[in-house]
Write a protein that binds this ligand. Structure first.
Ligand SMILES: [Zn+2]
Length: 91
């Protein structure tokens, strides 16, 4: 089942998939979109393998296919962001 909910972090309205294990946590009102969930897990830096799974479980936002696509994007963005920080030391 997909419900419409609002991310408590960024206010974005997104569709949350409440099927599966996450359902039992709904009352905790932990509605974070995938991006915010991932951000909180990684503190804004390079996500690791498990972080993508955790974020998708927390947010419930992504279908498997969407997850793979966003993940590819995030890897590019976060890689660039993290490496941009590294490069600042060289200048
Ligand atoms: Zn958000």
């Amino acid at each position: 089942m997909i419900i419409k909910t609002e991310c408590k972090d960024c206010g974005k309205t997104y569709h949350k998939n409440i099927d599966g294990a996450e359902r039992s946590d709904r009352d905790s009102s932990r509605d974070s979109c995938y991006a915010c969930a991932l951000d909180s897990l990684t503190n804004g830096c390079c996500p690791e393998e498990g972080d993508f799974n955790s974020a998708s479980i927390i947010s419930g936002e992504m279908s498997d296919r969407e997850q793979r696509e966003l993940r590819r994007e995030l890897e590019k963005v976060d890689w660039a962001a993290c490496h941009a920080d590294d490069e600042e030391d060289d200048y």
